[in-house]
Each structure stands twice: as C-alpha cells, then as structure tokens.
Design a protein around this ligand. Structure first.
Ligand SMILES: [Zn+2]
Length: 274
C-alpha cells in the first residue's frame, strides 16, 4: 500500500501539479437536519442539501471526482430510487447532471480518462454509465458494500448506477492517480465501508475533497456523528486522518453537502480553484 500521505513532511510534487479544480453544483435534495446531527436543535427542520462533483485538470488528463445524481432523478425519482424517494426528496432540474454540467466548460464525456468515486450512494454515482471509456477508481471495499449493502443502507445504493461494464481499478488503500502527489485518493471509511476522499495539490493551495466522510465542518470539528453511519469508530478515525493530513499539507477542506455553500465563496457553482 502506498503510504505517501503518511510521510512527514510531504515531499514536494515532482512531475506536475494539478492545474485547476472545478466545483459543480448538481441539484440536491430536501432532508431533515437529523441527517446532519440526529441530536441537534435543528431536528424536524427540512433543509436543502446540495449535490456537488468536481473536475481536476492535470497536464496528464482530467479526473472527475464523483458524478452526481442520475438524470432520471429529474422526472422520476420514485422509479429510480423506489421507496427511498420518500426519505430524500430529490430536487434536480434538467442540466444538473454531470454531462450537462461539464459541457458548460467544454468537456465532453470522451475527454475524461479518470473517474474516482468517494462512494457509490445515488447522489454521487449517477453518472457512471456516461463514461464508458474512462477508468474508474473506488475502494474495493466500497464495491463490495455497494453490491451487498446492509439493510440500513439499501435505499442509498441503486444498482443501475454502478452495474455497468466499465473498467474498475479496485483500490485497497491510498492511490496516487498521476504518480506525482498532485491527486491522491485515500480511504476515509465510516459513512460507508469503502468511502474515500481526495487530496488535490494545486499551484497555490492544497484541497481535500472530503465528500461524505463528514457532511459539515461542524461534524468533524465538534465530533458530531451524523445520521447515516456505517461505523462510528471508523468515521472518527477517518476524521483524525483528515485532520492529520490537513495539518501536514495546510489543506482546505471542501464538503460535498455543505449547507452553507450559497454563502461561502469556496463552493460557488462553477467555481474553480487554482
Ligand atoms: Zn452524499
């Protein structure tokens, strides 16, 4: 297993840094605040939860991190999700899908060689079928978990999202996509058994795409366990790991479901970071 992120200090990048990171807002869903903090004062309040996915530009190719909700969720969430559609009221409009969003910066599906998924819940893995030529990166444990989920997460996995004849690179630990330390996947289990996050080293800053390892900054800062958890112990250990890497790299954390995204410049739709 590559222990690149365990090295102290992190060595400088070599062949090239990632050039740019784009954040794309792809609709979202209505959910109860209990999802974020089951024992907090907001329980019983409905909030608009954003979906996000990200594209990294690197001299050696493009990396998509997560692929948002499937376009069928726009018109027929019940057909796509079944009974789970009642628990999570999806709010996607035409154009919120990954292919449409990437088209706004001139990127077609055939341009994307690498697609990494934090995990395979329906709000992250709905775009897989549109990238048949890409190589997909997921932790092996996540692929197993998605195919045979425990009863309490069955509603979050849609087999039609990930059961496609694409090329999976099944990871068992850290993975340095370009071999230069600029785009590094690392396991952050807890939300699911095989969740992973992604470190992106840009010319002017380092970013950790936390995905769902923590929903909100508050979850990780105050050690507040959210409502959807596979393993609390693994989640807390992943928070320790994220914080250690953040400390070592002076990284900024970006959360996929950050409820404050409309007021935080860091997550403006279509924002890019260099
Ligand atoms: Zn999610």
């Amino acid at each position: 297993m590559n222990e690149y992120l365990g090295a102290t200090p992190l060595p400088p990048t070599t062949a090239g840094t990632a050039l740019r990171l784009h954040a794309f807002h792809g609709g979202g869903e209505l959910a109860d605040m209990a999802t974020f903090d089951p024992f907090g004062p907001g329980v019983g309040t409905q909030v608009e939860v954003p979906f996000f996915f990200y594209l990294v530009e690197h001299a050696a190719g493009l990396v998509l991190f997560d692929s948002g909700g499937h376009p069928d969720l726009v018109d027929d969430p019940v057909g796509r999700l079944g009974a789970a559609a009642e628990d999570f009221e999806v709010q996607m409009a035409p154009g919120d899908d990954v292919v449409s969003r990437l088209a706004t910066i001139g990127v077609a599906p055939g341009d994307v060689q690498h697609v990494a998924h934090s995990h395979l819940h329906y709000d992250h893995a709905g775009g897989i079928e549109f990238y048949p030529e890409a190589t997909f990166y997921a932790q092996r444990r996540e692929l197993e978990f998605a195919h045979w989920p425990p009863v309490y997460q069955r509603g979050l996995y849609v087999r039609a999202d990930f059961d496609h004849p694409v090329t999976w690179r099944e990871l068992a630990g850290e993975y340095d996509v370009f071999g230069d330390g600029s785009v590094v996947l690392f396991p952050t289990p807890g939300h699911t058994a095989g969740h992973q996050s992604m470190l992106v080293r840009l010319p002017s800053q380092t970013i950790i795409l936390v995905a769902d390892a923590a929903y909100l900054p508050r979850n990780i800062e105050e050690r507040v366990l959210p409502g959807i958890v596979w393993s609390p112990d693994a989640m807390v250990a992943s928070w320790d790991r994220i914080e250690a890497i953040r400390h070592r790299t002076n990284a900024r954390l970006i959360f996929t479901h950050d409820l404050d995204w409309p007021t935080t410049a860091r997550l403006a739709p279509g924002a890019s970071y260099e």
